[in-house]
Write a protein that binds this ligand. Structure first.
Ligand SMILES: *[C@@H]1O[C@H](CO)[C@@H](O)[C@H](O)[C@H]1NC(C)=O
Ligand SMILES: *[C@@H]1O[C@H](CO)[C@@H](O)[C@H](O)[C@H]1NC(C)=O
Ligand SMILES: *[C@@H]1O[C@H](CO)[C@@H](O)[C@H](O)[C@H]1NC(C)=O
Ligand SMILES: *[C@@H]1O[C@H](CO)[C@@H](O)[C@H](O)[C@H]1NC(C)=O
Ligand SMILES: *[C@@H]1O[C@H](CO)[C@@H](O)[C@H](O)[C@H]1NC(C)=O
Ligand SMILES: *[C@@H]1O[C@H](CO)[C@@H](O)[C@H](O)[C@H]1NC(C)=O
Ligand SMILES: *[C@@H]1O[C@H](CO)[C@@H](O)[C@H](O)[C@H]1NC(C)=O
Ligand SMILES: *[C@@H]1O[C@H](CO)[C@@H](O)[C@H](O)[C@H]1NC(C)=O
Ligand SMILES: *[C@@H]1O[C@H](CO)[C@@H](O)[C@H](O)[C@H]1NC(C)=O
Ligand SMILES: [Cu+2]
Length: 236
C-alpha cells in the first residue's frame, strides 16, 4: 500500500531498529548472543533470531520436570512478553505456550520468574529435550525473538532466590484475554520491592488450563499474522 523508496525503507528500518533495540535471555543460557555485533544474528528473525538449533554444540540447560526459572534482561519502558516451548532436539514448532495470558513487562533490567508452570498437555520425562522461544512485542507491533535450549531433568533445580531477583522498578502484569475478544484487564503480579527480592510469577506449581491455552493460541496466531503483515508491508 505505501510506496517506499529503498532509501526511505533503509532509513525507516534503522530507526525502528534503534528504537526497538533488544533483549537477552540470561537463564536458561540462550542459544547464542544474538546482540553481538558481527554475529550475523538478528532478533527480528523468526523463530530464533537466525541462530541455528540442533547442533552438537547446542548449549542445553537442565530444567526441572515441573518447569524451571526464566531470567530475561529487558530495556524498554514496557513490552509484551510471550514464552513458547517446542519439543525435540531441533525444534521448528513452538506449539506450547508457557504464557497463556501474556505479560506486559515494565522497567529496565532483569525480570526473573523462579518457576514457569508448564501447560497441562505437555508431558515431559527425564531427558526430554526442548527449546524455549521468548518473543517480545513493542508498540510498533514488531517482534523480537530469542531461544534457549533445555533438557528436562528430574534432578534439575530452579535458580536460588538469591539469583532470581527482579531489578528495581521491573515488574510484569498478566494480560487477561477474554474469549469474546476484545479485551484485556491486567492483574498485578510480579511486582518487586526495590530490595531486589523477586515476587514474580503466578506460582510455582500447577499447570495452566487447556482452555486458557486455546485462547492464547488464537492471540498468538494473530500476533504472528500481524508480524508477517508488518514485514510484508515493509517489502522484505
Ligand atoms: C553455555 O552456557 C553456560 C551457562 O550459561 C555458559 O557459561 C557458557 O558460556 C555457554 N557456552 C556457550 C558455548 O555459549
Ligand atoms: C534443523 O531444522 C532445520 C529446519 O528444518 C534444518 O534446516 C536444519 O538443517 C536442522 N538442523 C540440524 C542440525 O538437523
Ligand atoms: C507439537 O508439535 C509436535 C511436533 O511437531 C507434535 O508432536 C505435538 O503433538 C504437537 N503438540 C501439540 C499440542 O500440538
Ligand atoms: C502495558 O503497560 C504500559 C505501561 O504501563 C501501558 O501503557 C499499557 O497500556 C499496558 N498494556 C496493557 C495491555 O495493559
Ligand atoms: C537501562 O539500564 C542500563 C543499566 O543500568 C542503562 O545503561 C541504560 O541506559 C538503561 N536504559 C534505559 C532505556 O533506561
Ligand atoms: C542430573 O542428571 C544428569 C543425567 O543423568 C547428569 O548429567 C547431571 O550431571 C545431573 N545433574 C545434577 C545437578 O546432579
Ligand atoms: C460472548 O458473547 C456472547 C454474545 O454477546 C455471550 O452470550 C457470551 O456469554 C459471551 N461469552 C463470554 C465467555 O463472555
Ligand atoms: C528476600 O526475602 C527473604 C525472605 O522474605 C529475606 O529473608 C531476604 O532478606 C530478602 N532479601 C533481600 C535482598 O531483600
Ligand atoms: C498472584 O499470584 C499469586 C500466586 O500464584 C496468586 O495467588 C494471586 O492470586 C495472584 N494475584 C493476582 C492479582 O493475580
Ligand atoms: Cu529493545
Amino acid at each position: 500500500m505505501v510506496q517506499l523508496t529503498t532509501t526511505t525503507l533503509a532509513g525507516l528500518l534503522t530507526t525502528v531498529q534503534l528504537a526497538t533495540a533488544h533483549f537477552s535471555i540470561d537463564y536458561p543460557s540462550w542459544r547464542a548472543n544474538s546482540l553481538q555485533s558481527g554475529s550475523g544474528f538478528s532478533q527480528w528473525v523468526y523463530p530464533c533470531a537466525g541462530v541455528p538449533g540442533g547442533l552438537s554444540t547446542t548449549n542445553r540447560t537442565d530444567w526441572p520436570l515441573t518447569g524451571g526459572s526464566l531470567k530475561l534482561d529487558l530495556h524498554h519502558p514496557w513490552t509484551y512478553v510471550f514464552v513458547n516451548l517446542g519439543l525435540g532436539e531441533n525444534v521448528t514448532n513452538f506449539n506450547y505456550t508457557l504464557t497463556p495470558n501474556f505479560w506486559n513487562e515494565t522497567g529496565n533490567g532483569t525480570l526473573c520468574i523462579p518457576s514457569m508452570p508448564l501447560p497441562a498437555d505437555l508431558t515431559v520425562t527425564d531427558g526430554t529435550k526442548a527449546s524455549l522461544q521468548v518473543v517480545t512485542l513493542g508498540d510498533s507491533g514488531s517482534a523480537l525473538y530469542n531461544c534457549a535450549d533445555i533438557t528436562f531433568r528430574s534432578n534439575a533445580t530452579s535458580l536460588p532466590s538469591s539469583d532470581c531477583a527482579n531489578s528495581p522498578g521491573v515488574s510484569y502484569a498478566v494480560v487477561n484475554q477474554e474469549v469474546n475478544g476484545t479485551t484485556t484487564s491486567s492483574s498485578a503480579n510480579g511486582t518487586t520491592s526495590g530490595s531486589g527480592n523477586s515476587t514474580g510469577g503466578s506460582g510455582t506449581s500447577g499447570k495452566n488450563s487447556g482452555a486458557a491455552m486455546g485462547v492464547d493460541m488464537v492471540v498468538m496466531t494473530s500476533v504472528v499474522g500481524l508480524v508477517v503483515a508488518f514485514v510484508a508491508g515493509m517489502g522484505l
